[in-house]
Design a binder for this molecule. Structure first.
Ligand SMILES: [Zn+2]
Length: 200
């Protein structure tokens, strides 16, 4: 694993805390990639994507309202997905990745920025992209924890932007025009997922 992507050590956290306590008002804002707390979801692991893999923006804005959530399946492991998003050559990212085993959520791109996940620029600009660890043909990866934590995340996103919690606004990657991807695939339980989103 790439060292730059490791969680910050205790020493770094302590140093940050001391600096913040001493003179937070005098310090410039940290760069987005330098902060240790996920910007939109403080409980998430902040695993920032390489700046080459997304477009900085100021969403929601009149030019770029946010009115969709796009559901993906990684077709690789949680750790490898984060590694891919950190690789500036990959030109791909998502706002969030949800781990199969326990529903742990990593945030990789600020919601204000445009992640490159849908394969369609307009849909990228309108959406929050959520990746789920697993493979479309391996339903065992779609655990209770993954569904529950992801649904709670999607509900929070919908509430934040006023996005209706329905299938017209919470869509699969395969429903993006021009997409040749099949995820999340036929094993994804949409009825269950949308019920959880509505209840969260
Ligand atoms: Zn996808």
């Amino acid at each position: 694993m790439n060292r730059a992507g490791s969680p910050p050590g205790r020493r770094h956290l302590l140093k940050g805390a001391v600096l913040a306590a001493a003179s937070s008002v005098m310090l410039p804002e940290p760069r987005a990639g330098a902060q240790t707390q996920a910007p939109d979801r403080p409980s998430a692991l902040w695993a920032p994507a390489a700046p080459a893999n997304y477009t900085v923006s100021d969403r929601p804005s009149p030019r770029h309202p946010v009115d969709l959530v796009v559901i993906h399946v990684t077709q690789t492991s949680f750790d490898k997905a984060l590694t891919i998003f950190r690789n500036p050559k990959k030109k791909v990212s998502a706002h969030y990745v949800v781990r199969s085993s326990d529903g742990r959520i990593a945030q990789c791109v600020r919601e204000a920025d445009v992640a490159w996940h849908a394969g369609n620029w307009e849909y990228n600009t309108r959406s929050i992209g959520i990746e789920h660890e697993g493979w479309v043909d391996r339903p065992a990866y779609f655990t209770d924890a993954l569904y529950e934590r992801s649904a709670e995340l999607t509900a929070t996103v919908c509430d934040r932007y006023g996005i209706p919690k329905d299938r017209a606004h919470v869509i699969g990657h395969h429903e993006v025009p021009g997409s040749d991807h099949t995820d999340p695939g036929r094993n994804w339980d949409w009825a269950r997922y949308m019920r959880l989103v509505a209840q969260s």
